[in-house]
Write a protein that binds this ligand. Sequence first.
Ligand SMILES: Cc1cc2nc3c(=O)[nH]c(=O)nc-3n(C[C@H](O)[C@H](O)[C@H](O)COP(=O)(O)OP(=O)(O)OC[C@H]3O[C@@H](n4cnc5c(N)ncnc54)[C@H](O)[C@@H]3O)c2cc1C
Length: 486
Amino acid sequence: MDVVVVGSGPNGLAAAVAMARAGLSVTVLEARPTIGGGARTLDLGLADGLVHDVCSAVHPMAWASPFFRAFGLERRVELLVPEVSYAQPLPDGRAGLAWHDLDRTVDGLGGDGPAWRSLVGALSRSTAGAVGAALGDKRSIPAGLVPGGLVGAARFGLGVLEQGTPAWGVRFRGDVAPALLTGVAAHAITPLPSPAAAGTALLLASLAHAGQGWPIPRGGSGAIVGALVEDLLAHGGTVVTDHPVRSRRDLPDARCVLFDTTPRTLVDVLGDELPARRRAALERYRHGDAAAKVDFVLSGPVPWAHPDVARAGTVHVGGMRAEMAHAEAEVHAGRHADLPVCLVSDPTVVDATRAHGGLRPLWTYAHVPAGSDVDVTEAVVRHVERYAPGFRDVIVASRCVPAAQMSDHNANYVGGDISAGAVNLRQMFARPTAALDPYASGADGVYLCSAATPPGPGVHGLGGWYAATRALRREFGIRVGPLPVD
Ligand SMILES: Cc1cc2nc3c(=O)[nH]c(=O)nc-3n(C[C@H](O)[C@H](O)[C@H](O)COP(=O)(O)OP(=O)(O)OC[C@H]3O[C@@H](n4cnc5c(N)ncnc54)[C@H](O)[C@@H]3O)c2cc1C
């Protein structure tokens, strides 16, 4: 066998596809009974005919990913574009709305519209700068970034300095635009403001007004996994489920092994095969604050007080900027926030096929301290009720996966850290270590390719792709061309 990939998340599958397409024999070993890691869509048994996205649901990064672009994801999976990419309902009945249409967004933000256009709109006109800066391997200048995207990358960097520091208040005069942007920054699940959260915010906010916006795949995230697996099988690859790799004995002989796992799993499996310094560095890798998932079955749409919020594919339930900063600080200090930041998505906003028998799924998660074993269902319901009175009345069923149990269905989400590693300034670059090659483990033929490597969390497949290109070159002498960045 040429290649074994441990773990079938989007990064593992992207690596496997790249290796199989290079003509190598590839097997993916997955611990769980189902394929796809953080991009699985499953029947949770909550209601007949309904499926739920157990982890990821909304896919701006898949659309923007140079890997998925080269893979032709848009030809293989129908990416449905919500009219409102994301919404931020506010306690007094107002709402921030990031329409897919930038002009409409700017109009809706009144006096802060021009400031939004100069910060977010400028990045969304050409996303090459933000994509190159945020989704690169953090070690080289992405192909295509030179020369046009460099201006965008510089603009992105300046935006991070502004929105990632106490200067984040200088740009806006009102309170809607800051709240709208902070809802996106909160995806990093880290104290606010911070450079890592600002980078997350500027990348995702700029994508909201570009291309496919914040798309939802028809049928759920599992469609992305389906496309990857189909391509892998078509190129001779295989996937074995129910095969956890805990030690070298669980690995068949192969010239090259790629781990779509945590750094800790790599250390546990390889042990003394790793050079001592690299092993120590990997052991210093830090996991971050956490999320607890709550999936609902509803008998009707969420009764948002502001009617346009119902047109959004994603709703950030967190209130004003200061409220979200407070809630994230509480979580970081190890306390449950009274009103935790919650992410909410109703896929039927764009995909009627997700409803069945008058019922629909609702995807939510709330930010909680790492390792929390609290069932947050009531906290989520209470918080959503603040902006959608009557929400409680449309709930038919629900299921919570507390943060502490998140690793039961995916070992990469240690203590509920859905980013597979803290998203902070150090681990934006030194992810998993500060080594020149963040993918090579230091052991012969062994690579790490998960979200614990650059560019970090998200369904983009790029950790897998970057690791695979290095492994192809070093282990097999095969060079593959750079991916396009438009
Ligand atoms: C609740 C939640 C919501 C999210 N929402 C979004 C979103 O809307 N959009 C977005 O872009 N991203 C989102 N994410 C993040 C995204 O899902 C991840 O960043 C992404 O899936 C990481 O891909 P990966 O391939 O690195 O790892 P994963 O997708 O985590 O896959 C890792 C795989 O490896 C397997 N594995 C681990 N250890 C072993 C072992 N020892 N042996 C064998 N197999 C093993 C696991 O079972 C798993 O299948 C979300 C994540 C969660 C949990």
